[in-house]
Write a protein that binds this ligand. Structure first.
Ligand code: ADE
Length: 260
């Protein structure tokens, strides 16, 4: 999968994309990641990407021109004829890494977008190429959203940067790709995949400060372990996230456990 980001702080990606599982995914050639600097598609001396909001108000709004130019360039599209950019300087932008690649699916990060969840992560994991467009400051000129295939929100709160939000989405998507996690079922046996919270996990020691690991997990009885995990999942979800239970695919055995 090709993953690209377009933002004014591309260096923010270095630690996340250069560590742990994301690093492994890049080293194994499962993802090809590039963070582009939106300022490379500006034309003034100060490389300006934002401006005052029309109508007044606090903060700055990201201008749509550099976003359009960058997305056109990254998609291998020529700028429409007759477009007046008011440029003072020629473009300094980097050569796009995949000019002949598949057209990217564009994902804009915004608190006004569709709430991100496991189902959306799975949907995005099916794309060949993702381009994340990240705002900063007060937001993005509304006209830029015409370029968006998806508008995605992490939740009902406002972050200072879309970069952070995009890293969360990238992580949740990439860990679903074949070969990223160690165990073959690493991404299937976990919270939310079946619409439930996952069962508690334990590792050595078997007794820690007097607290014992549940005996069933030491029993070697795989059937009993699977049943215990399912019941723990159901009980935990009922206690902590009852809203999830209405959507989860429950078996008759699940329902009788919940009713007991
Ligand atoms: N940018 C700022 N806040 C955000 C949020 N909650 N989700 C996605 N992008 C954002």
């Amino acid at each position: 999968m090709i993953i690209e980001t377009l933002s004014t702080f591309p260096l923010m990606y270095e630690s996340v994309m250069g560590s742990s599982m994301m690093k492994r995914a890049r080293e194994r050639g499962i993802i090809d990641f590039t963070a582009y600097d939106l300022r490379d598609w500006t034309h003034d001396r100060h490389r300006t990407t934002d401006d005052d909001p029309y109508g007044g108000g606090a903060g700055l709004v990201m201008r749509c021109e550099p976003i359009y130019e960058a997305v056109d360039a990254l998609c291998g599209r020529p700028a429409p004829e007759g477009v007046v950019t008011g440029r003072e300087q020629p473009l300094t932008g980097p050569a796009p890494q995949h000019p002949q690649g598949p057209a990217p699916t564009t994902v804009f990060l915004t608190p006004c977008g569709r709430r991100f969840d496991d189902a959306l992560a799975t949907e995005l994991a099916g794309c060949e190429r993702l381009l994340f467009v990240c705002g900063h400051y007060e937001g993005i000129d509304e006209r830029a959203y015409d370029l968006a295939d998806y508008q995605v929100s992490l939740g009902d709160y406002v972050l200072t940067s879309g970069e952070l939000a995009s890293m969360v989405v990238i992580d949740a998507v990439v860990r679903k790709l074949d070969g990223v996690l160690g165990a073959p079922d690493g991404a299937t046996d976990e919270s939310f995949v079946e619409g439930l919270l996952e069962a508690p996990q334990y590792t050595r020691p078997a007794v820690f400060r007097g607290r014992e690991v549940p005996a069933v997990l030491l029993s070697g009885d795989h059937g009993a372990v699977a049943r215990w995990r399912r019941e723990q999942s159901l009980a935990r979800t009922a206690a902590l996230r009852p809203d999830l239970l209405c959507q989860a695919p429950l078996t008759p055995a699940d329902r009788s456990f919940l009713d007991s």
